[in-house]
Design a protein around this ligand. Sequence first.
Ligand code: ARG
Ligand code: GLU
Length: 722
Amino acid sequence: MVAFRSLCIACFVFISSLVMANEGMWLPLLLEKLNEKEMKGMGMKISAKDIYNVNRGSLKDAIVSFGGFCTGEVISSKGLVLTNHHCGLDAIQSHSTIDHNYIRDGFWAKNYAEELPNPKLYVSFIIRIEDVTKQILAGVTASMSESERQLVTDKNIAAIRSTVKKESYQEASVKSFFEANQYYLFITETYKDVRLVGAPPSSIGNFGQDTDNWMWPRHTGDFSMFRIYAGKDNKPAEYSADNVPYIPKRSLAISLDGVNEGDFTMVLGFPGKTMEYMHSEAIRQTMEVNNPAKIAIRDKALAVMDGFMRKDEQIKIQYTKKYATISNAWKKWKGEIPGLIRTQALEKRKAYEAEFQKRVNANMEWKSQYGNLLSELEAAWKEIEPLARARDYYLEINSKIELFTVARRVNALRNAKNNGSKYDYSEGLTKLKDTLTELYKNFNPVVDRQLFESLITMYVNDQDNRIVSPLLMDYFKAAGKDFRKLADDIYGTAEYVSGSKMMTALEQNPQELIERSKTIKASLLYEDMLATYNKEVAAKLNEVQARINRLQRTYMQAQMEVKKEKKFYPDANSTLRLTYGNVKGYSARDGVKYDFYTHLDGAMEKYIPGDYEFDVPEKLRSLYKNKDYGQYGKNGKMPVCFVAANHTTGGNSGSPALDAYGNLVGLNFDRAWEGVMSDISYDPSICRNIMVDIRYVLFIIDKYAGAGHLVREMKLVHPKKK
Ligand code: ARG
Ligand code: GLU
């Protein structure tokens, strides 16, 4: 039985590597060569050149990296940009106060003058992409160590960046692909004056919040709108009240026809990070070690924050974004484990490796070059297991305690001052003040103290003594081995807990405060935890990680050589990619089949008056009651979200979902729970991306918010009525 099963898995892997349509995040400049034929076969009506073309306008000219963490698309000739609500949340939050609570109530600018600037936000367009592998690898030899190799490639990258042909207002960057086997150059244009135009209330934009997050069926209107401003010459410019709405090379037409089951769709955006070519041992550790450790820590952190947020409106505003960020990855990690188990990802990866090894062994040259690769990779992964767990513990715990963030910043300035000859102290001080001003806006000492108490308890109790900070243990003993007392001691004495005191001290006598940080317990503790981590974990971890990177690079190269029949796509790395797949529902589990569409009726079914997550605004309820959907409804119903088999990941949020003609039909914002393991192992049977139907977005803008003037800026089309 077992033998039979693994045999079947082996043949499945072999066949699927030939035909796995839907999997893949493809480089736009290679579409013509690798994908166009298949895309047309699946229903695409335009050509690869309509998507990516450097000589004339193409769809890519309407796509932006939104702040480097999400995707956005231009949807009007006046620089209007659409992205997700959760992508715009930082901006929305920064303009919100108890009196003007745009998170709770939404925000709509009635004219240009009311659009709100966001100092740190930017959008970048891709002008062109070039393969520069040869130039970057010039001078690299097989015998080089990782750091030697890095020196050579860094030097080559710097040379290309300084000599490449581009306009003065454009940027050049080089990124590595396929585990640094290939390199591509990106010429980009970055606009830094990006203003908030509109956002629905979170009861629409984040309807269902964390309960529904990563889940299908979904009823969230996850969108917000911005506008790009440019200098009078339409070129990138720093923020100025005199800037004007940007006139784009290309903006997307919007289809009012929706999609049917089976329709071709594609998503063009900036996926952040995937690990599709990991060794099976790494998959096992993700499932059994790393995810469980990180989940346990975040369970605690989330429980602490939630307790306070439910009781206090001010804390809710301050912690909304932090909570959403922590819970988002936490929930995805939780979903990855059953997804990997259910799709037999580990077994399939092992079968894939066995097939690779078999082919390698059958070829003398490959055998001498790649014969030991897999066993060496496995050994290195085993070696890194305890180190990686310690890393997860250290990073997860440290980053949740904001007292440590303050300590880290203050310590960094002190250390830089004490050792740096070239260091610009006054600039460092200004930066510190800026960072802390932002941090304290959303800081509550009582919440942070409780986070400290809960998480430090885990740091001490769940870990080997050797990797626990000795100074922490001293403080702990002095507190009678009572974590609550320990937290009181640290927070009771640290002036870091008071934003106003800190900011006053930094204004009046910064030198003195920076020096005094040497005696502040929080600073000392942060320093000792870091030193312990560096000494006991990081040094060894980095050494093994470098070895894994090197092996993994060779393994990637070997796979491409040995599995010639397979089309490879590079792991996501926040560069522009295209993924395509058909609209379809899926079987979630035994006896449960999901439709591909949801409607406003479903939001009403979920509606819980006054609820934290499932409230529905009065106006929306009345539009629903009167079926007042204007041109956006279909057969008396209001479509809300749909799913398709596009291979997406974090960073694809806000990406346009395009129909067969390249018209905008939806806005990508999530993946369905059963398939979130697609970052590690994609399975076409259950991996689905979730999009909000563009008609729901327009309905909310027009009918709900009364901002029809924005819709009038857009180009609406009916491709199905042609
Ligand atoms: N899961 C989606 C993504 O990864 C949406 C996150 C925002 N929504 C939320 N409820 N936290 O970004
Ligand atoms: N919500 C995700 C984002 O912020 C996209 C969902 C996913 O990870 O696929 O990019």
